[in-house]
Design a protein around this ligand. Structure first.
Ligand SMILES: [Zn+2]
Length: 716
């Protein structure tokens, strides 16, 4: 089992571990460091189980200023506030009452509904006999192999132990160093540090080698300091997988437990040196994490852990550009790379290697994985095997799948119309930026220049990556899911290595799954100064050719406006019009921006969004909320230029795009980690900033939705 496996299994949930050779290609690529409008985890599942949530009456006392209506079961026929009390619930009432979680999801909403539609379309491609050619052969063969339980059940655990035993037998740190440099580790192992191919922050079109931190099973290093309820759930899930797999490969229950404890001990030690999720989201992190380093400097800085030698052995030694995101982590790693910690480092590796196989081998293992996943995410029904197989193909053969999808489902007119909306949005932004009197003349001028250089990437790229060099056989040819997976992994690995010391080709902006254009998502990528409004999101409540213009502006228009704003927020301000890190804001401007953002943070931090009574973390969601407000403001500027504009249709369309219901477990996970505000806040906090909203619905001073002009928190 190879490099990418662990990241595949555990991305977003548990370890994005540094497999030997790092995580390469696929969805992990750092080329797009932009934003996501909405994050959905397709691996989560089913109906809500009863949780220990409080009654509606109790919650109405605790949660302020509105109840968190995104928790499944909150909104009923009896609970029906008016537009003036709680616009989000009023606008989405019937949907919120009737919403049911689809099998395999812990949340549902506009994005999930559209995702299901996309999944169905993509699933159709997997079995459509009328499709011919190399791309169809690749995806259909891989799909069949995933579902072929007969050949999967023939898997022998010696395929795992022959690799884990090598690690088990290591008895000195020197031996461990030799192991890291070996082909064996590169192909089948796991390590405590890795690298990815990304782009250089200050020369955004140059590929570099990004030295990445140690993968942590709890994700956020802060969890090792003080574990949250969500952290406990993730730990239980990760431990469940590890315990099952370790026993499967021959460890006793007691040995497995001891090994897991040692692995966790190592993670706890290294986590102290790593940046927390909140620190990584802080705007200051961009500059802080830009630390170009030469191979000689790396050799000097990493004397115990032979990082430079390992990079050379893995084929990345020729890189002229490397970046060390977290120098403190590397110091910590070198301090911990001792004989004393050898056993816990080995335990960490063995646990990760064994865990990584659970979804790829026999049916018993896979069903256990599903059971643990249901338990973690608070759902009762798992996704069907056919859907999971489709998701697997999507993740691993993104480009062939996307090409087939686009040729069948994306109309040229859609691309044209959305491009027009983007151009119109850029126009109103020019006026917005030009009229910001708190910005200095100089900064205002730079902002407009950056806006003029902004590139829209709409629907799908004109150029695709070449997959003619990859072939996948059928079970009759002797291919298995594992062997196919390894071929893809090798193929993407070679592609990634070939990027070293070359320049980015913007025409091929989807890359190798860097952006999956069938995804229901949109991004701003500061390193390209581009917005990506991709094919996946051009449907459902976001866009339909038959929608009225008002509905289009409230739907996809607000998304476009949101993404453009990221070019000018505290993160975007650090990148210039060419996508290079180069702060073009004056100090005074930045301070003025921060003062305005602080007012917004204070407003959000006074809210209580869950029944635990915990206050919301306004700084976590500041950037995304600023973008939401600016996005709607831009659309209202377009609205103001129209005759007889139907504001009610516009606001309702906006509210519909953020309709959302999820399990309490999923919500608790989001509250502390999602940089986007809860969906009901993404509507209520946003619309209450504007007179157009108050005028449309007759909102008065003593209404719950009312916010006095002096209390409003618009940044732009
Ligand atoms: Zn955003």
């Amino acid at each position: 089992m190879k490099r990418k496996l662990l990241a595949m299994l555990l991305a977003g949930v548990m370890v994005v571990a540094a497999a030997c050779g790092g995580t390469t290609g696929g969805q992990e690529n750092a080329a797009v460091s932009g934003d996501e409008t909405n994050e959905e985890s397709a691996d989560e599942t089913g109906d809500a189980e009863k949780s220990d949530a409080k009654s509606l009456e109790e919650r109405l006392e605790i949660e302020k200023p509105w109840i968190n209506s995104n928790i499944l079961g909150t909104v009923t026929d009896d609970y029906a506030p008016s537009e003036q009390e709680d616009y989000y619930v009023a606008a989405n009432h019937d949907w919120l009452v009737d919403a049911e979680l689809p099998a395999g999801y812990s949340s549902t909403g506009a994005a999930v509904e559209l995702m299901l539609e996309r999944d169905e379309q993509i699933q159709g491609l997997m079995t459509d006999d009328s499709l011919t050619g190399h791309d169809a052969e690749l995806i259909q063969n891989l799909y069949e192999l995933w579902l072929d339980w007969d050949s999967r059940n023939a898997f022998d655990v010696s395929e795992i132990t022959k690799h884990t035993d090598i690690v088990k037998d290591i008895s000195t740190v020197d031996e461990l160093s030799d192991y890291y440099k070996s082909e064996e580790c590169l192909d089948y192992g796991n390590s405590i540090a890795g690298f990815t191919i990304g782009t250089d922050n200050k020369d955004s079109e140059a590929y570099n080698v990004e030295l990445t931190g140690t993968g942590l099973s709890l994700g956020d290093p802060a969890e090792y300091e003080e574990m949250t309820e969500n952290g406990e759930a993730i730990k239980k899930y990760g431990d469940g997988i590890a315990s099952y797999m370790l026993q499967k490969i021959g460890y006793s229950e007691a040995e497995a437990t001891r090994l897991m404890e040692e692995a966790f001990d190592f993670e706890t030690k290294i986590a102290k040196y790593m940046m927390t999720t909140e620190e990584q989201y802080d705007p200051s992190a961009i500059e802080k994490m830009h630390n170009p380093i030469t191979m000689d400097e790396l050799r000097e800085k990493s004397k115990a852990y032979p990082y430079a030698d390992i990079l050379e052995a893995w084929g990345a030694g020729s890189s002229k550009l490397m970046n060390l995101g977290e120098p403190e982590w590397l110091e910590g790693l070198n301090e911990l790379y001792t004989e004393e910690n050898l056993e816990s480092i080995k335990a960490y590796m063995i646990r990760n290697m064994a865990s990584g196989y659970i979804r790829f081998i026999d049916e018993d293992s896979y069903r256990e994985y599903q059971r643990l996943d249901r338990e973690r995410s608070g759902i009762t029904e798992s996704m069907s095997d056919e859907k999971t197989a489709t998701t697997f193909v999507k993740q691993n053969l993104s480009v062939p799948m996307e090409k087939l999808y686009v040729s069948r489902y994306v109309a040229d007119e859609t691309k044209e119309e959305v491009t027009e909306i983007i151009e119109k949005s850029i126009e109103v932004y020019r006026d917005m930026l030009s009229s910001e009197d708190w910005l200095s003349d100089e900064t205002r001028k730079e902002a407009v220049e950056k806006l003029d250089a902004l590139t829209p990437y709409v629907a799908y790229p004109d150029k695709w990556s070449d997959y003619s060099g990859l072939s996948i056989g059928t079970a009759e040819d002797g291919e298995t899911l594992l062997s196919a997976y390894e071929k893809i992994d090798d193929f993407l690995w070679e592609k990634d290595l070939a990027k070293i010391n070359t320049r980015v080709d913007r025409a091929n902006w989807a890359g190798d799954g860097d952006i999956d254009v069938t995804e229901v998502n949109a991004y701003y990528d500061p390193t390209a100064n581009g917005i990506y409004i991709i094919a996946g999101i051009l449907g459902g409540n976001f866009y339909d050719a038959d929608m009225s213009y008002e509905e289009k502006l409230g739907g996809i228009g607000a998304v476009v406006g949101h993404e453009i704003s990221h070019a000018f927020d505290t993160n975007g301000a650090q990148y210039d019009k060419d996508g290079n890190v180069n702060d073009w804001w004056g100090e005074e401007d930045y301070k003025a921006f921060q003062d305005r953002a602080d007012k917004l943070i204070a407003y959000l931090s006074d809210m209580v969004v869950v029944d635990t009574g915990e206050k919301y973390n306004g700084s976590l969601v500041q950037t995304e909320t600023i973008a939401d407000i600016a996005g709607l403001k831009a659309m209202l500027a377009i609205a103001g230029e129209q005759d007889d504009f139907d504001y009610d249709a516009f606001f309702r369309s906006y509210a519909r795009t953020w309709k959302d219901e999820e399990t309490r477990e999923a919500m608790l996970g989001r509250v502390n980690s999602d940089p986007h505000a809860m969906d009901y806040l993404r509507v209520n906090v946003i619309v209450q900033q504007f007179d157009e909203f108050n005028d449309t619905y007759g909102v008065k001073e003593d209404d719950n939705m009312y916010l006095a002009p002096e209390d409003r928190v618009l940044v732009w």
